[in-house]
Design a binder for this molecule. Structure first.
Ligand code: 3PG
Length: 307
C-alpha cells in the first residue's frame, strides 16, 4: 500500500526519516511531497491508501481525487483543514495526533510574550512576567503546557474551558473561570487555545478585548479565524496600551502593522509546531496511526463520524 506524506511546510529531515522507517517497517511505501502545491496534492493522492498532512487543505475535491484513500491523519491537533463530512461520505477515516506538538506551541507562547514585553528587544525598558496574571482560554493539551510553563515564570494562572472539570485545573494550581468576560477583564495576558469551529469563528472581538487590564497582551497561537479582525483593530485604536501577538498572520496583517507597528507581532508562517521534536512526535504518531488503521482498523483518535 502507498502512504502519501504531503506537507506544504516540511517536517524536519530526522522526522521524515523516522516516518519513513515506520511505514517501511510495516512493509508499505511512503510517497513524500514537500512544499507541494494543491495541484501536486490532487495528482499525488490518486493512487494512495493513506494520507498524512499538516495544515494542508483536504477538501471534497482532494477526497474525490483519491479513489483508493482509506485514512487521512492530520499530524497535529487542529483538523479544521479537513472536510470531515466529505471524508465520512467517502468512507474515509480522519484522525489527528493530539498532544504530540503541544509543548512546542506552548513554548512559543512565552517566546512571543517575552519578546513583546521587552519591546521587541529595541533597547527600551520593558516589563516582567513574574507576579502577572495569565488567562488561558481552553485547557486542552496546549493550555495545560502553557500553565506548566507559566508557573516557572511565577505567574498567577486562570483558565476557562467548559469541557474540563474545575478539579483538573485546581490540581495544576490553575483557578477555574466560568465567564469569558472575567477571563479577559482579570488577566494581564490572555492566551487563546480554542479551535476554529462555526461557534468560535470571529468570537474574539472588540467587546472582549477592551475589557483587558491596562497594558494587556492578547496571544493567539490557535487560529486566525477566531479573531474578529475589525473588532481587534478598533480595540487597538481605542486602547494604545494593548498589544497583540499571533502565530498566524491575520488577513489584515498589513493594516495592523501599518497602524500599530510596535504593538503587534506576527510570525511570517505558522511556527508553533515547527520544532524538530514536535515534527518527530506528531509525524511518527501519524505514521503509526495510519499503519494501525490500514492493517488492523484501529481508529483511536478518529475525529469524523464512521459511515
Ligand atoms: C496544530 O493544529 O497541530 C498546529 O496548529 C500545528 O499546525 P502545523 O502542523 O500546520 O504547523
Amino acid at each position: 500500500m502507498k502512504i502519501l506524506v504531503f506537507t506544504e511546510k516540511p517536517f524536519a529531515p530526522a522526522a521524515v526519516k523516522a516516518i519513513q522507517n515506520v511505514i517501511n517497517a510495516a512493509g508499505e511505501d511512503m510517497v513524500l511531497v514537500e512544499r507541494g502545491t494543491r495541484q501536486d496534492l490532487l495528482q499525488a493522492v490518486r493512487d494512495v491508501e493513506g494520507l498524512i498532512v499538516r495544515s494542508d487543505i483536504v477538501d471534497e475535491e482532494v477526497i474525490a481525487s483519491a479513489p483508493k484513500l482509506k485514512v487521512v491523519v492530520r499530524a497535529g491537533a487542529g483538523y479544521d483543514n479537513i472536510d470531515l463530512k466529505a471524508a465520512t461520505d467517502h468512507g474515509i477515516c480522519v484522525m489527528n495526533t493530539p498532544g504530540q506538538n503541544s509543548n512546542a506551541v506552548a513554548e512559543l507562547v512565552f517566546g512571543m510574550i517575552v519578546m513583546m514585553c521587552r519591546n521587541k528587544y529595541n533597547g527600551t525598558s520593558g516589563s516582567e512576567l513574574k507576579g502577572k496574571s495569565l488567562g488561558i482560554y481552553a485547557f486542552g493539551q496546549v493550555g495545560r503546557n502553557v500553565a506548566r510553563i507559566a508557573k516557572g515564570f511565577g505567574m498567577n494562572i486562570k483558565a476557562l474551558d467548559v469541557f474540563v472539570a474545575d478539579d483538573v485545573m485546581i490540581e495544576q494550581d490553575v483557578i477555574p473561570v466560568h465567564d469569558v468576560n472575567v477571563l479577559f477583564s482579570e488577566n494581564d495576558f490572555v492566551s487563546l487555545h480554542i479551535p476554529a469551529t462555526p461557534e468560535t469563528k470571529h468570537s474574539i472581538g472588540y467587546d472582549l478585548i477592551v475589557k483587558m487590564p491596562k497594558n494587556g497582551v492578547l496571544v493567539n497561537t490557535a487560529r486566525k479565524e477566531i479573531i474578529d479582525e475589525d473588532g481587534l483593530l478598533k480595540a487597538l485604536e481605542e486602547r494604545p496600551d494593548l498589544r497583540y501577538v499571533s502565530d498566524i498572520k491575520p488577513d489584515k496583517a498589513e493594516e495592523f502593522e501599518k497602524r500599530f507597528a510596535e504593538r503587534v507581532f506576527f510570525t511570517p508562517k505558522k511556527m508553533g509546531a515547527q520544532t524538530g521534536e514536535a515534527n518527530f512526535n506528531a509525524g511518527v504518531a501519524a505514521a503509526e496511526q495510519t499503519i494501525a488503521y490500514l492493517k488492523d482498523g484501529c481508529n483511536k483518535y478518529q475525529v469524523n463520524k464512521c459511515k
